[in-house]
Design a protein around this ligand. Structure first.
Ligand SMILES: [Fe+2]
Length: 285
């Protein structure tokens, strides 16, 4: 696996996932990062820059112009390798599987050779240190780029991934639902995605902040924001992309819960709320 080590990072760092070709959501997040005075090297995208929405090439160009670290999601890996499907691990013939053939073909046709070459060169993971903690950033999971890891995924599975990665914190994306899950001084943080709302019934999306604490330790918090979802949805309809995902941008609700475990399916339509999580400084021997 190609991991890039960023070394120690000082100050707050913002993470976000899945722009999905949603230029409006990406540009609004860049404004937020600038309002927070975060330099590009302290903003990280967990991958899937293109997918459901209407402006894949424009979104790639905008994220490259921003100059932030970006991971290869499964969509970048599949596109760069010239494969015929998105690699999202959708069950055969589910709605997501059928509709993905349309948006994936749209992305393939829209992307320039330069954008595909950029995707091919992206790392699959990042490591850095902050607040005395080792942090790994991956797309789905450490051991599999397209693994769906939810809040309801057992901690024993997450702990094993943290051990494999050699980290106290993993930041991931891919599954589309943000969460914070901390146990025993370790943390799995899903930064969510910004291209499609999180199935709350609210047309908004989420990002993650990790803030080193004075004296050591880290504070993790998730934050929602709104963007011009009406324009993003209208562009999808003009492009002939699946109507279901344009509706999701407007309603904040997913068309189906094919990929979700029971707990996350039952949470459909309920506003998300995340108390911040603080990790203490590591114990010194
Ligand atoms: Fe993904």
């Amino acid at each position: 696996m190609r991991f890039v080590d960023l070394g120690p990072l000082e100050g707050p760092t913002l993470f976000f996932g899945g722009p999905y070709g949603n230029l409006q959501a990406l540009l609004r997040l860049r404004q937020i990062a600038e309002e927070l005075r975060l330099p590009p090297e302290r903003v990280v995208c967990t991958g899937d820059v293109v997918a459901y929405c209407a402006q894949p090439e424009e979104t790639v160009n905008a994220i490259r112009a921003w100059g932030i670290p970006v991971l290869a999601g499964n969509v970048e890996q599949q596109l760069a390798a010239g494969r015929d499907d998105c690699g999202c691990n959708f069950a055969p013939d589910t709605t997501c599987d059928v509709l993905s053939r349309r948006w994936y073909a749209y992305c393939r046709a829209a992307l320039s050779p330069e954008s595909l070459a950029w995707m091919a060169a992206l790392p699959v993971g990042l490591r850095f240190e902050a607040g005395g903690r080792r942090i790994g950033v991956v797309h789905g999971a450490y051991s599999a780029v397209a693994a769906y890891v939810f809040r309801s995924t057992p901690w024993s599975w997450k702990r094993r991934e943290l051990e494999l990665a050699g980290c106290e914190v993993i930041v991931a994306g891919h599954c589309g639902v943000p969460f914070l899950h901390a146990e025993g001084g370790r943390l799995w943080a899903n930064a969510g995605v910004i291209g499609i709302p999180a199935n709350e019934g609210i047309p908004r999306v989420w990002y993650l902040l990790l803030v080193p604490l004075p004296g050591g330790g880290l504070r993790a918090s998730l934050h929602p924001y709104a963007f011009d979802h009406a324009r993003a949805a209208a562009l999808m309809e003009s492009a002939g992309l699946p109507r279901q995902y344009a509706d999701t941008l407007r309603t904040g609700l997913w068309d189906n819960c094919d990929i979700l475990p029971v707990a996350e399916t039952c949470a459909r339509g309920h506003p998300l709320d995340f108390p911040p999580v603080e990790l203490p400084p590591p114990e010194r021997p």
